[in-house]
Design a protein. Structure first.
Length: 301
């Protein structure tokens, strides 16, 4: 009797295949892990790929220092449960070393500063493949990515200098100093991610579900009141029922009004939306049409 794979089974099988290919082909891979839902699913898939053995590579968090408490608590708990080795690349340390300069002003963010910190960490640890949780449905620049995304000796991305991946064959050839960013979730959507979380009963930071939070409106977004943000004239904090669709630097990641407190309710909400999570809730991606592409060319995730 033939067994027909569901679309989630097919996506899982593809991602697991990618993890195993990288582990076999590269010497020093690393998995980027922020505690966000995509990186959580990515870690879950990696553990499945190599079970019952432990992960054959470390996980790394590029830490801006401007975090949501719930996410950092989850990050540490999840890495401990996975038995993985956590590498923390600190943006604050990059600033102290003079490698980066902290932005100033009411809309200052450390999100863009992560690029230098990431590239320095890749060079320091000599990683030749770095797993990222990017998906093609997130925004236009990420839709241009291959599964294996070639980065030159400066860690930079040229969308016109990527390799074909016909028949899902991946070319990981690179010279010393170059590396490959690998995106196992390339063919997943936000809805796929949530359906898989439901099917696999995956734990997430509580911030992804409806909760009461003190927020204020800025540039059409609901930002959380935090010690990292200075309120401007006319910005009044209010208590609202919200959740987060994506998690990043607290200074530029917005919440959405929502009463979805379970995975099933979130799935219904995501299925009905027509705006990507980054387009709706990430101030840094709304700066211009080419904002993400410009950062990716510099070496961003």
């Amino acid at each position: 009797m033939d067994y027909e794979l569901s679309h989630l089974d097919a996506l899982e099988a593809e991602s697991i295949h990618i993890f195993r290919e990288v582990a076999a082909e590269f010497e020093r891979p690393c998995l980027l892990f922020s505690g966000g839902k995509d990186s959580v699913v990515m870690l879950h898939l990696a553990l499945k790929a190599f079970s019952p053995c432990s992960l054959p590579f470390p996980v790394m968090h590029v830490d801006t220092g401007h975090n949501f408490d719930e996410v950092i608590e989850y990050r540490d708990r999840a890495v401990l449960k996975a038995g993985a080795r956590l590498v923390i690349a600190s943006v604050e340390e990059s600033i102290r070393q003079g490698r980066s300069v902290d932005e100033t002003g009411p809309r200052a963010s450390r999100n863009r500063l992560q690029t230098v910190t990431l590239l320095d960490a890749i060079e320091e640890h000599r990683y030749d493949a770095v797993f990222g949780g990017g998906r093609r449905d997130e925004e236009k620049a990420r839709a241009k990515e291959r599964v294996y995304s070639f980065r030159d000796e400066f860690g930079q991305w040229d969308p016109k200098n990527q390799r074909p991946e016909l028949w899902s064959l991946y070319n990981g050839r690179h010279k010393s100093g170059e590396h490959i960013r690998v995106f196992p979730l390339s063919n997943w959507t936000e809805l796929d991610i949530w359906q898989y979380i439901a099917a696999e009963n995956i734990d997430l930071p509580t911030i992804y579900y409806s909760h009461q939070r003190e927020v204020f409106r800025r540039d059409g977004m609901l930002l959380s009141v935090s010690p990292f943000i200075t309120l401007q004239e006319g910005e009044v904090p209010v208590e609202m029922t919200v959740r987060y669709r994506t998690v990043g630097d607290a200074t530029c990641t917005g919440a959405v009004e929502s009463t979805a407190s379970t995975v099933e309710e979130v799935i219904l909400e995501v299925a009905a939306t027509r705006v990507t999570e980054r387009g709706a809730t990430r101030a840094d991606d709304r700066a211009s049409e080419a904002a993400m592409e410009d950062r990716k060319k510099e070496g961003y995730f």
